[in-house]
Design a protein. Structure first.
Length: 138
């Protein structure tokens, strides 16, 4: 009797969670940076909440400084590194808390000697804290 009950509980839990894999989320990026901009997409594994590096499935970002541009693409010439708990995904936004505690998110080139890079860092790494920025999901 006890084994049958335990089997029923385990089977029910398995059925509840077996089909709950999240679909990838694609976030559109359009962020002004001085006279330049960062535009493109960041794709996550669909996790809602705090993200780490492994949650970024792919990205393609065009970085412009107003005089030229370069595109960073995951798996081709770009890499991403997230440290800390200040990168948060919702169903519609990818957020970075600039007022956090020592976190960063870096997108950089894997090929250039002086790589193009887009870095978001918390107030411990910059002169003044900025409000959180949002990247819209599609």
């Amino acid at each position: 009797m006890r084994k049958a009950f335990l089997l029923a509980v385990v089977s029910t839990l398995w059925l509840m969670f077996a089909g709950s894999a999240a679909a990838d989320s694609i976030y559109q990026v359009n962020v002004p940076v001085g006279v330049g901009s960062v535009m493109g997409t960041i794709t996550t594994d669909g996790v809602i909440g705090t993200l780490d590096t492994l949650d970024i499935v792919s990205f393609s970002l065009t970085l412009s400084d107003g005089t030229g541009s370069d595109t960073l693409t995951s798996g081709v010439n770009g890499t991403v590194l997230i440290s800390g708990g200040d990168v948060i995904a919702t169903a519609t936004q990818l957020l970075f808390n600039f007022n956090g505690d020592g976190s960063f998110m870096n997108f950089s080139s894997t090929t250039a000697c002086s790589p193009p890079q887009w870095s978001l860092t918390t107030s411990l790494h910059q002169v003044r804290p900025l409000p959180a920025t949002a990247l819209r999901a599609t």
